[in-house]
Every structure is written in structure tokens, then in C-alpha cells.
Write a protein that binds this ligand. Sequence first.
Ligand SMILES: [Zn+2]
Length: 303
Amino acid sequence: MKKALGIDIGGTKILYAVLDENGNILSEIKKTKTPKTSEEIVDTLKSIIQEYDNEIDVVGLSSAGAVNLENTMVLSSTPNLPKGYNTIDFSTLSDKKVFVENDANCAVWAEYKSGAAKGFNTVLMATIGTGIGGGVVSDGRLFRGSMGNALEVGSLKIFADKRRKCTCGRYDCWESYASGTGLKNCAQEGAKEYPEFETSFLKHKKPEEITTYDITEGVEKKDEFCLKVFEQWQYYMFVGLVSLTDIFNPDCIVISGGMCEFVDTQKLEDMINAESVVTPVKVKSALTKNNAGMIGAGLLALM
Ligand SMILES: [Zn+2]
């Protein structure tokens, strides 16, 4: 069986391990801080690859940003990654095959091959964190779009009348409603509207001081205001997911990211299936979690 070195290049840390063709992790998972310059990133990656050179057949890299169609470069990088990052040709890092793919695409691939969506045909993944990322596997292939930028689901517009400004500068992106930031937005608006705020444990706070954490804490305490905000937030999540379901007709939706533990997947599944016009879908929580990028990149490199 062939082996891959899977490497996840994040904004703060680089995570890596050796995997087999089934996505099993064969080595210790190691991590190192992401260097501050693109030259240092190249040096760090070279030395990581060198360390495992005798054991592996291919290298898979997971990165934020839009990846070129040849899977060798990251064309647009995020503010978290340094200047010059978009000029690195990752294929020159080793004599072996080096394959780079967008982190959201790697994550959906990992869930499809060895995670919660194993055995399903068409998989939609939504990663709910500070923003919302997405990916689709359709009939056993990654859906990449003409330039590899498909599934920027966080930018899906869910209103047409400019209700809420998004951090990207535009209005009414799905992620300004249904991400972690979206939950905070729902809370800050709700504090001015919902009578339940008067009896909430958060009532001493100014609306603009309420955080995402306040709401998840309040949901655990069964605080009525927080429950109402949370319900609204989860409804916004449903609004995006049901549209994406009608477009892609997935048989499985996987929810991942930092906010995933708070989502009621069974409730979302029931709501989506009650309203979608396509065949029923399962909604599941991701299993590969923090290792998703690394596992997906390794498995894609082995294809
Ligand atoms: Zn936006």
C-alpha cells in the first residue's frame, strides 16, 4: 500500500503525519509554528518532507486560498499567510509528487473517504467557524469550478434588501448570519428587539458587547434570550443549507468547524428534508476534525 505525507498549512501552525490509502494515520501527528515569511515556509516544508523521504510515495498539502488547476500553487492567499506565498511552486519541494489543494476541498475529501460521509455518493460540507467554508464531492470527484474556486458558500446571499453588512464589505452573505460571527450578530441585534433580553443573564451588557461565547454559554444555562437567538441562528443555517441541497442534491451533508458541536444535526436534517425539493439527505457532524486538511491532502495526492 502506498503512503502519503499529509501536511496542513494553517495561519498559525503546520500539522503533518504519514497516512495510508485508507486515510489511517501511521505516524505521530506533529506540529510546528507557521513561519512568518514565504521563504521560511519553503525551508520548513522541505525539511519536513526530508524527514519522511524514505517512508512516503507522495506529498499532499492543504492550504487556505484558491489553488491553480494544476494543483501546484496557491494563487490567492488569505491575510493569514505571508507575502510571496502565492509565488511558491510547491511541486519543486521534492522529487516526489507534491499535490496542493484548498483546505475546504481537502476537508470534504477526508470526510468522504474516511469520515462521516464514507459510503455516500454526493457530499456537501459546510465548515462553520468565524466564517463559513464549503466543499462538494459529486459522483466521487471534487467539484472545483472553472478556476478551482467553487463552493465559496460563505458568500451566498440570503437577503436582497441589504440588511446586514458582512466583514467582506458586501451585504447579506450567508456567513454574516450563520457563522460564529453570525451568531454574535444575531445576539447583538436580538438584544435590541427581543423582550427576553430584559430577563437574560446578559441584560447588564451593552448589545455590542455580547459575544458568540456568551450565547453558547447561555444556551447551556437554558437562558430564554440565548435560546431564541440560537434558534434564529440555526434557522439561518438551514436557509443556506436547503438552497445548497436543492442545487447539489447531496445524499450527505457534513457540518464541521469550531461551531459544529453546537449544531443540532438531527433538527437540521428534519428541517431540510421537510422543505427541499430533491431526494432526502442525511446531516452529520464531521469526524476527522482538526486532521481533516492533512488527511484529505494526503488522500488526494495518492489518487
Ligand atoms: Zn461577505
